[in-house]
Design a protein around this ligand. Sequence first.
Ligand SMILES: NC(=O)c1ccc[n+]([C@@H]2O[C@H](COP(=O)([O-])OP(=O)(O)OC[C@H]3O[C@@H](n4cnc5c(N)ncnc54)[C@H](OP(=O)(O)O)[C@@H]3O)[C@@H](O)[C@H]2O)c1
Length: 256
Amino acid sequence: MRKDPSNNMTDLAGKTALITGSTSGIGKATAIALAARGAHVLVVGRNQQRAEHVLAEIEDGEGSATFRLTALADAASAQDLVDWATEAGHGHVDILVNNAGVALLGPTDTATEADFDETFGLNVKVPFFLVASLAPAMAERGWGSIVNVSTMVASFGQAGMAMYGASRAALELLTKAWAAEYGPRGVRVNAVAPGPTRTPMYERFGEMANQIAALAPAGRQGEPEELAAAIVFLASDDAAFIHGVTLPVDGGRVAT
Ligand SMILES: NC(=O)c1ccc[n+]([C@@H]2O[C@H](COP(=O)([O-])OP(=O)(O)OC[C@H]3O[C@@H](n4cnc5c(N)ncnc54)[C@H](OP(=O)(O)O)[C@@H]3O)[C@@H](O)[C@H]2O)c1
């Protein structure tokens, strides 16, 4: 039965949400927004101070959260995280946001094999094994929601972003494949594809960030909270009839 949308402020109460890369940027804004909707949030990153700040912010808003410092890289690190999250979530993880990512940019001919492995390890392998471990239990309970964070450069060729864009294009195909695989058992899988968003990752690009942002109809960078709003929408029953989509949240860049 569809929930009454006017009564959705704590519609995620009783759900546990695991958000990778939630000590900063888009993941942090998503953790705060999911906690505000009542979810018990599991914050994951590598930096203790940033993790503590996110926790304090959630608790100040009377939300509930706990954190774990984890360097995600491969199937073993994904499984360690699942084991912790299942315990921290009192036996269940209902929402998974695959947000942590690495963007190593530059010419294809200067990339090393280690760069390639790091990119595909964090951006593809980790989400793959998190879903492999968490989706079956969600399906058994008959409700689950997975949101993958991609990028607009998974949709068009951009010089200097071949490796990064390809890794996210793989994640977008996985989004559709998992929707087909787990959707019939109550687990929805969707993705968002951000355009330039004002986070520490993007601020490293300096003036280039503004130049890229200026190419979209919105003509500006997005805010992490604008991405979080789309992720929370897809994660919640507000999007109950949406399976397997990648929602561009990019100021209109890929549409034009
Ligand atoms: N910002 C943009 O313009 C933009 C555009 C398109 C797509 N995206 C995608 O959006 C996602 C979030 O990006 P953001 O801009 O919010 O980045 P951000 O502010 O730099 O945050 C990245 C987060 O990921 C965590 N992280 C990074 N590598 C990790 C690893 N190996 N193991 C565990 N955690 C790790 C970081 O943890 P610590 O800080 O604690 O180490 C941090 O919480 C990424 O997947 C990115 O590719 C961003």
